[in-house]
Ligand binder design. Structure first.
Ligand SMILES: [Zn+2]
Ligand SMILES: [Zn+2]
Length: 169
């Protein structure tokens, strides 16, 4: 016999082995979308490389002296000993922190999805599109709203508004 915990929200088919995980999942709607469409945000995990527009990198000036040309990625940061002592660091001290524009806020079953895109990375397929995906208000790559984003980012970001993505970031 196997006990399964099922989300009680109507229309939701998520199931869990662990009751605490299930309750946490059901609690998601309490975390309303903490951002709105058009906001420029940063995410809690950063990138070690970029091949797009450097204007979309919040801490570009901090790291540009360390960036190396890379045959596969255009530019990447060499690994360093983290000044904050993180073992495997994804923070802005050791990585490039991208600006993302919130392109849409939707609901899938009862969970809010925050769709974001950044022009800091170009994807090769589909051609000339930028890196994008969706995240959640809590529990996965939380968004932080940037109070005074660069004008160029706001302007370019406006053209991405309305897009919705299928991939979890
Ligand atoms: Zn659910
Ligand atoms: Zn670090």
């Amino acid at each position: 016999m196997k006990v399964v915990y099922r989300c009680e929200e109507p229309g939701c088919r998520w199931e869990f082995d662990n009751p605490n995980t299930c309750v946490a999942h059901e609690g998601q709607p309490r975390f309303g979308p903490n951002v709105k469409v058009g906001d420029i945000v940063t995410l809690e995990k950063c990138f070690g490389w970029y091949n797009g527009d450097a204007k979309w990198i919040r801490n570009y000036e901090d790291h540009k002296g360390r960036l190396e040309k890379d045959a596969h990625l255009d530019f990447k940061l060499p690994r360093q000993k983290c000044p904050k002592g993180h073992g495997n660091c994804f923070d802005s001290c050791c990585n490039l922190e991208f600006y993302w524009v919130v392109t849409a806020v939707t609901k899938a079953q009862h969970r809010w999805r925050i769709h974001v895109a950044s022009k800091a990375v170009r994807r090769y397929r589909p051609a000339a599109s930028h890196i994008h995906g969706y995240t959640y208000p809590q529990g996965h790559l939380t968004c932080r709203v940037v109070a005074k984003p660069p004008r160029a980012v706001v302007a370019a970001g406006k053209r991405l508004i309305g897009m919705e993505f299928d991939n979890l970031l």
